[in-house]
Structures are given as C-alpha cells and as structure tokens.
Design a protein around this ligand. Sequence first.
Ligand SMILES: *Cc1c(COP(=O)(O)O)cnc(C)c1O
Length: 371
Amino acid sequence: MIPISDLKKQTAPLRTEIDNAIKEVIDNANFILGKPVQDFENDAAKYCRVRYAVGVSNGTDAIRLSLLASGIKYGDRVICPAFTYYATAGAIVSIGAMPVFADIESRTYNISVASIRDILGNRKAGSHIRAIIPVHLYGQCADMDSILEIANAHKLKVIEDAAQAFGAEYRGNKAGTMSDCAAVSFYPGKNLGAFGDAGMVLTNSRSVAQAVKTLRNQGDVGKYNHPVIGFNHRLDTLQAAVLRVKLRYLDGWNRKRQENAAYFESKLGGLNLATPFVPKYNTHIYHQYTLRLAAPSAKIIEHLRNSGIDARVYYPQPLHLQKCFKYLGYKKGDFPESERAAQQAFAIPVYPDLTKKELDYIIHSIKEFLR
Ligand SMILES: *Cc1c(COP(=O)(O)O)cnc(C)c1O
C-alpha cells in the first residue's frame, strides 16, 4: 500500500538529531515549559514573521484559547465553514459559544465570502455573531483580504484555523499571521508534525499572547495567583524539542510536496477530473492533494485502494449534517457546495518521500479508472 503519509520514512534521516534533542530534555528533566518550549516559540515566530507564538497542547486547544483570548464568551456566535475537520466547530462549542456554518467556494474548498455576507445580512442568523474562523483547508489560505474587510465592517474578530497550513502563504504573508490570532496544529500527520499532540497560537497582539500564556497554564500569573479561569493546555517540552529539529526541514518537505503536486498537475490536468485550484494570491503547501470528479468519489476510491493506494476522503460528512450538531437546526441542502465537496472530493498521497515510481503508479491508476 502507498500510504497517505509515511512518518517512518520522514523521521529516519533526522533520527540522530531528534534522539539528541530528546536526550537533552531527559537529562535536564525540564519536562513542563522547559527552555525548548521558548526556543521553539521563538523559532516558529521568526519562521512565520509574527510577533508572538505560544505553544499549546494541540490544535483544538489552540482554537479554544484563541477564542477565549479574543474575548469570545458563552452565548456568542462564531462563523466557520461547514466543510472542515470537526475540531473547528468542536472548539467553538467547547467554550459555550455557538457555531454558525457558512458554505465553501467550490474551487478552493475554503469558506465562501458570499456565504458569510448572506449570514451577516440576515437579521436573525446574523445576531450575536462575534467572530469568524476561516479554515485554510488542505494547505492553502482562504480569501483573507475579503474576510478581513467584512470582519472590519461588522467589528468581528478573525481567528485563522491554520492547522493544515503552517508555512503556506497568502500574498507573501504566512498563514496564521493576518488576523487577530491563529491556531496551528502539530498533530503527527500535519506538514510539521510532533511525536504526539502539540499546537500553537500565533498573534501580533501582545495582550492576546499574554492571555493565551495565562490561559494555557491554569490561569496562573505567578505565585499561585489565578485572576482568570485557565486550563492545562501547555505544550510538552519533549514535543517542542522534536518540533524545533523538524522545523528546520519544513520548507524542504513543503517544496517536495509542491513538486509532487506540479507533477500530478502535468499528468492529470485537463483530464476528466478537477486538480487543485490555486488562486494567484496563494502559495499552497499541499497538506492534502485533493482531486474531484463530477460524480461521487466512492468508485474511484475503491479502485485506488484495490490498486494499493491509500486514497481518502477529507471529509465525508459536512459538519451541519453531523449528529452532534443536530441541535443547531441545519438540514440537508443548506450548504450545497459543502455537501457536493464531501461526495466528490478525495485525497491521494502527496507526501515528500514519494518516489517517482510511486507518483507514476498513482497517475497510472487514476488514468486506468478514468478510461
Ligand atoms: C488537525 C486539525 C485541527 C485540530 O488539531 P489537533 O492538533 O488534532 O487538535 C483543527 N482544525 C483543522 C482544520 C485540522 O485539520
């Protein structure tokens, strides 16, 4: 099977460096908020050209803390796309706020600005909305200029869900640096992955960064003084040490993903399926390489899997149709582009260590199906 990602292959050439970084943490026994956490935060902030980077426990908690640090409270409503990973909306609910779903643009799979406008123009749906969470899905940014313009006009906070886009760029700005604050995930399968759960909040605001630092550490501002309710959402020193080594390789890996995507495009472009659409403003880092048929994807996925290729659907059910969000009152047909994408889009392996032979075999198998 050609897997959807191959972490063993990725880790092997870095093994000595990573082993040494882990050994150092064990030798120093500074497991909680040790120096490698600050070092990694500094490296990540520099990499993203953003003022503050605060390491947290995972990407979901990064969204939670971003919302809380932005002043979003119980009962507030937050716009997010219906077509994203569960955690975007789960994090909103976890702080007592309410997700308001928007549809996506069919070509980029990112939140539709027209859909945001519709929601904000509707007096009932648009009331109590305090923030927008655009998701930079599959590794390319949503249309940030338009989103920031609407948000400004309605005095809404913007929190980027950059979980899949650490290192991507929008008009030369790194993903996660264009809004009030942003959430990043270092889940092992992401382009920059830890050896377990890890995440980060990025922001240019000193007060937001300070709030996240307090909230991630039980609301403690020192000497067991807790002015606010906080949580245990700290980034482990061990994960920070591993991530610090891996960050140095990220641009090389992302370039390989882009080369693989360009090769797919050269062989699959113009056939009877849609290859990824990248607007001029974006530099895509291909966390996923997503193709799309004008028909349900089930048959091609079955064909590819029978051929030994781990094709997958991200995500097969839009959030407004998930049972857990039934109480929000949405129904089938509410977000047609999200529903169509869930049926038709599918991802093929694009990870950096794919060989030319594997790429050719994937291309061959797709063409075989199309014939
Ligand atoms: C991975 C992911 C998250 C959650 O990150 P975790 O680190 O797994 O908590 C949130 N949003 C999106 C879009 C993701 O892909």
